[in-house]
Design a protein around this ligand. Structure first.
Ligand SMILES: Cc1cc2nc3c(=O)[nH]c(=O)nc-3n(C[C@H](O)[C@H](O)[C@H](O)COP(=O)(O)OP(=O)(O)OC[C@H]3O[C@@H](n4cnc5c(N)ncnc54)[C@H](O)[C@@H]3O)c2cc1C
Length: 430
């Protein structure tokens, strides 16, 4: 397979690139170290990823898979005050008026099967170990069933997620985004109280004074619940991450109410220290996509959308190269890096806004100007392609955030009014 594209990693980024390339007639070899289905965190999609799912021909299958429909996103303070719900359908027409909450074991298996049906050769249980780049192509050494194998190809896409294969092998430089390091602790639960009516499919983000919780309904019974707080909060506390999770639930009126009868039905898992961005996302014969290119705080559920967009961008880069090309020029490498960074930056701005108490008040204002509301809904939906009018509205929103630091244009929120309502009894039954 000397002319093949080798893709390392079979998550959303890798499968998107594999499907698109294979459907365009390229020979594709995808190496995935795990056997699927396997657990993965990252369960809430954004409406604009529907477009990429359609582009790779899997949209119908996703619609028929029985995933929970997500029509909007809710934000609320820990004591239950300041509730805001953003319905995608208020500013967006089909197919962007809703999307899905997905159990990743099932969603990722669907994507991998689709890549295979699209014509990609898939090796599962195959862990890439080393990489060599020559003038005409690449060589990857991987371990499969206890044996070391070699594969040669023209191009390589690194889609290995948060512990990037090429990032390590090539010691690629990381940019410090200046966002404080965080840790997440999470599990699946049953009997979590949901929002009423069609809001039952929404993601709920509960903003704490230093962090946040997510509640993501996955099916009729199962809800994913996770807490994100600065690393320091875990180091200072007594007990482990689960104890801190439970103590935080007890201290919050909103969370203790929703989790009053909740019962954990999976182990508690943790993920720490996860924000980074690689400076260069392309070399002469390789590209990085998805989390392998960089990872952002998940508060706006951006990861899978960015991974799908990255997979599309990487595939399009390769498809645009003429047969027998000598590799990506420095200019092409910069163009690719800029394209992928641009989308990540849009979410970075939002994340900074979320953690800034004053800016968050503008986001949560109960009666936003119409122009601003539309912009915010497009941002929450993951629109990477803003037209001039939307771009100006987004700028207006961030301008109001800056002004809010000096003059209170939006009503103040009380982040610290967070009475301990149910001290004693744990709302989380093991
Ligand atoms: C706490 C938390 C909450 C999150 N919540 C959300 C959310 O609600 N919504 C959202 O969209 N995103 C969320 N994310 C982000 C989301 O998980 C990721 O952005 C997304 O999975 C990235 O997809 P990917 O394809 O780039 O990488 P992955 O999904 O991580 O896939 C990478 C694949 O590469 C394989 N691999 C790794 N190394 C090798 C190797 N050497 N050889 C072969 N295979 C290899 C892995 O086994 C894996 O299957 C969250 C993340 C965290 C940490």
């Amino acid at each position: 397979m000397n002319d093949a594209v080798i893709i390392v990693g079979g998550g959303p980024a890798g499968c998107t690139a594999a499907s698109l390339l294979a459907r365009s007639g390229k020979r594709v070899l995808l190496l995935e170290k795990e056997t699927f289905p396997r657990f993965h965190i990252g369960e809430s999609l954004l409406p604009f990823c529907n477009r990429d799912l359609a582009k790779i021909g899997i949209w119908e299958k996703v619609q028929k898979a029985g995933f929970m429909i997500k029509p909007g996103a809710e934000f609320v303070l820990s004591d239950g005050s300041g509730f805001r719900c953003f319905w995608f359908g208020e500013s967006l027409a089909a197919p962007y008026d809703k999307t899905f909450q997905v159990e990743r074991a099932k969603f990722d298996a669907l994507l991998l099967d689709h890549a295979r049906e699209s014509g990609a050769t898939i090796h599962v249980g195959a862990s890439a170990r080393s990489f060599r780049e020559g003038p005409d192509g690449v060589e990857v050494e991987y371990e499969l069933g206890g044996k070391i194998e070699r594969a040669q190809g023209r191009w390589l896409i690194d889609a290995t997620g948060r512990e990037p294969f090429l990032g390590k092998v090539l010691r690629l430089a990381k940019t410090d985004l200046g966002i404080p390091k965080k840790m997440a602790v999470y599990a699946h639960f049953r009997n979590v109280r949901r929002s009423p009516g069609k809001a039952a499919g929404n993601i709920t983000v509960v903003r704490l004074s230093g962090g946040w919780f997510w509640l993501i309904p996955l099916d009729e019974e199962k809800t994913s619940v996770g807490m994100v707080r600065p690393l320091g909060a875990f180091q200072d506390g007594k007990g482990g991450p689960r104890e801190l999770f439970e103590a935080t639930v007890r201290e919050s009126r909103e969370l203790s109410g929703r989790l009053e009868k909740a019962e954990a039905i999976s182990p508690f898992r943790t993920t720490a220290d996860y924000t980074y961005r690689l400076e260069h996302l392309a070399g002469s014969r390789w590209l990085a996509a998805g989390d392998a290119a960089g990872f952002l705080d998940p508060v706006f559920s951006s990861g899978v959308t960015v991974a799908l967009e990255g997979g599309v961008a990487a595939a399009e880069m390769i498809l645009a190269q003429p047969e027998g090309s000598g590799g990506f020029s420095s200019r092409q490498q910069r163009v690719y890096t800029r394209r992928v960074h641009a989308l990540a930056r849009r979410f970075e701005e939002m994340i900074r806004m979320f953690y800034d108490d004053r800016s968050f008040e503008v986001f949560m204002t109960p009666r936003p100007p119409r122009a601003m509301k539309k912009a915010v809904i497009h941002l929450l939906a993951g629109n990477s392609d803003l037209n001039l009018s939307l771009w100006l509205r987004v700028k207006l929103f961030y301008l109001l955030c800056v002004l809010q630091r000096h003059w209170r244009l939006a009503p103040a929120l009380d982040y610290h009014r967070n009475p301990v309502v149910r001290s004693g009894a744990s709302p989380v039954t093991p």
